[in-house]
Design a protein around this ligand. Structure first.
Ligand code: HEM
Length: 447
């Protein structure tokens, strides 16, 4: 709903100033591109001081990748990128591990419940978390592992609570409201599970660090700290744990939300589902999908793109801080924009203004995968900026695209999906840091 509201505020720049926090919402591809790409040197930092106080305190000591400032974020981000690439991000040797997870998911969550309604959103995040786990820890967790489930539950609680708490920081007196109006208590409680566990893992890896057998992300991080003395204030134990947590947080809920939207759209548009399945049957038959098959499955690919566009998975991206006063002076869709943004303000990116821009995407609120097969496809693909843009754009885009393609194609190859009889698909998102479908159940039927 909130996302749809922002849709009315397209193509402008507006400021929200409350409780001493100045947030500037930037809208429209041209302005976002101008500020985040052309002027990346003044817009690529993130500062946690607009986050809830307890977050900014933690972020100050252990910023990890999300909250480190230039040049530290660059070093931590490069380390994360190269380590994940070593583990296969964006490369074909990761595929068997993702396929293994897909089969484990089907065996555990779908096969025993074929023909019955299942809650996809709660279970699918365990699968995407396990892909992260195999890249970060070198192994997956069992779906029955109670601590794994608790850990993931706390991530979700924290994600929802952080958004509420960040907004509540604009309303300082909200802290005095009864109960947990600001979400701060829930967030702190979740952090009491996730952060100590991350630090416990760092300690355990440190105690057993073997330079000849660096298996996990933490091992590599700790080894880097030992080897590169220049980076020792950055490659701290705290940042090892925090970077790991942030990779889980960023890589789990986003990809699982996109998959949940994809399944909901298939239930809502059975004609599209049939076309996807016909294409898969013709091209793959019963052969297992490979990521390279996306080139011969254009309709299926178009459905994934349309899901990323209409699902608007991370509706405000992550905040950026403007380092210097900045004047926007330009013309967008014949509207003259001249506005000075103050140094130090927090930039929020209205992703809906790009993904649902009717100048580029005809009938933007409709699910129409064909749009990626006709007309100016290059323009439409470039504007499907679901992963953000500029220097702080999503670090896991390659991994997310591979997961979406393999999971979605396998599900469609093996199952027909539908909603329980009489259920009307609710296509309005529920917005926090991610924009997720409202809770629904889906029925998988063997094809
Ligand atoms: C469908 C899935 C995903 C979507 C839609 C998505 C989207 C985004 C967006 C919009 C941003 C913020 C960009 C900005 O503020 O300018 C972001 C940042 C980030 N994403 Fe993703 N993401 C996804 C999956 C992943 C995965 C699988 C990973 C794990 C490797 C990941 C890791 C990150 C990290 C670490 C950042 C922060 C980068 C930085 O601060 O430099 N994301 N993502």
């Amino acid at each position: 709903m909130l996302c749809r509201m922002f849709n009315f505020l397209m193509m402008t720049v507006f400021t929200i100033e409350l409780g001493g926090v100045k947030r500037v919402v930037i809208c429209g591809y041209e302005i976002v591109h101008e500020i985040l790409c052309k002027s990346a040197n003044v817009s690529s930092n993130r500062k946690a001081d607009s986050m809830p106080k307890h977050h900014s305190e933690i972020a100050e000591a252990t910023p990890g990748i999300f909250w480190a400032e230039y040049p530290h974020w660059k070093t931590l981000r490069s380390f994360a990128l190269s380590t994940l690439r070593e583990e296969g991000m964006g490369k074909s040797h990761l595929e068997p591990r993702i396929m293994h997870e897909i089969h484990a998911y089907i065996d555990h969550f779908i096969t025993p419940h074929v023909g019955q309604p299942i809650n996809l959103s709660d279970s699918i995040m365990l699968a995407t978390a396990n892909v992260m786990s195999s890249m970060i820890h070198g192994h997956r967790k069992d779906y029955t592992d109670a601590f794994f489930k608790l850990w993931m539950k706390q991530f979700r609680v924290s994600l929802e609570a952080t958004t509420k708490a960040a907004i509540a920081r604009n309303i300082p007196f909200a802290a005095y409201f009864p109960g947990d109006f600001t979400g701060v208590k829930a967030d702190i409680k979740a952090g009491e599970v996730t952060i100590p566990e991350a630090m416990r893992q760092v300690e355990a890896h440190k105690a057993n660090l073997d330079p000849n057998n660096l298996v996990t992300y933490i091992d590599k991080f700790l080894y880097h700290a030992q080897e590169k003395k220049d980076d020792e204030n950055l490659f701290t134990d705290g940042n090892a744990g925090m970077s790991m947590l942030q990779l889980y947080a960023a890589g789990t809920e986003t990809t699982s939300t996109a998959l949940t939207w994809a399944m909901l759209y298939m239930c809502a548009h059975p004609d599209v589902q049939v076309k996807v399945q016909e294409e898969i049957d013709n091209v793959l038959g019963t052969n297992e999908v490979r990521y390279q098959d996306r080139f011969t499955l254009p309709y299926t690919e178009a459905v994934i793109l349309e899901t990323l566009r209409l699902g608007n998975i991370v509706p405000m991206a992550l905040p950026h801080t403007l380092e210097e006063e900045y004047t926007i002076d330009g013309e967008i869709h014949l509207i003259v924009i001249l506005q000075t943004l103050p140094a130090g303000c927090e930039l929020m990116i209205n992703m809906a203004s790009i993904l649902w821009d009717e100048e580029v995407f005809e009938e933007p609120n409709k699910f129409k995968p064909e749009r990626y097969l006709n007309g100016d496809v290059t323009l439409k693909k470039t504007r499907t900026l679901a992963f953000g843009t500029g220097r702080r754009a999503c670090l896991g885009e390659g991994l997310a695209r591979m997961e979406l393609s393999l999971f979605f194609t396998t599900f469609m190859q093996r199952f027909k999906v539908s909603l329980p009889t009489g259920h009307i698909p609710n296509l309005d998102g529920v917005c926090s840091i991610v924009n997720a479908p409202a809770k629904f159940t889906v029925i998988f039927t063997e094809r």
